[in-house]
Design a protein around this ligand. Structure first.
Ligand SMILES: [Zn+2]
Length: 92
C-alpha cells in the first residue's frame, strides 16, 4: 500500500507540473500485459507504472521530466510514442 501511495501521489505531483499529460495504460492483468508485449517483471502488473502521452507541444524534455519525477521517487523511460513512468527501481 505504501508503494502504491508513492506512485499515486507522485503522478498527481507530475500532473500538476505538466498539465498536458494523459495516461493511456496503467494497471494490467498478466494476460493483457503479455498481449501488449510488457516485460514479465513490469510494474504495470503491480499498478505502480503508467504510460503517458502528451498534448501537442507539451512533451517536456526527458531530463526535465526525469528531474521532477526523481523528486517524488519515480523514474521515466522514454519511448517513441509515450513515456513510461514507474516507482524508481531503487525503491522497489
Ligand atoms: Zn509502460
Amino acid at each position: 500500500m505504501r508503494r502504491y501511495s508513492t506512485f499515486n501521489w507522485g503522478m498527481f505531483y507530475l500532473r500538476q507540473q505538466f498539465p498536458g499529460a494523459s495516461v493511456t495504460s496503467w494497471g494490467r492483468s498478466a494476460a493483457h500485459n503479455k498481449a501488449v508485449g510488457g516485460r514479465d517483471d513490469s510494474q504495470h502488473l503491480g499498478w505502480t507504472a503508467c504510460d503517458v502521452v502528451w498534448d501537442d507541444r507539451t512533451r517536456p524534455p526527458l531530463e526535465v521530466l526525469q528531474h521532477e519525477a526523481t523528486k517524488v521517487g519515480l523514474e521515466v523511460d522514454r519511448e517513441a510514442d509515450h513515456d513510461h513512468i514507474e516507482i524508481a527501481r531503487a525503491y522497489v
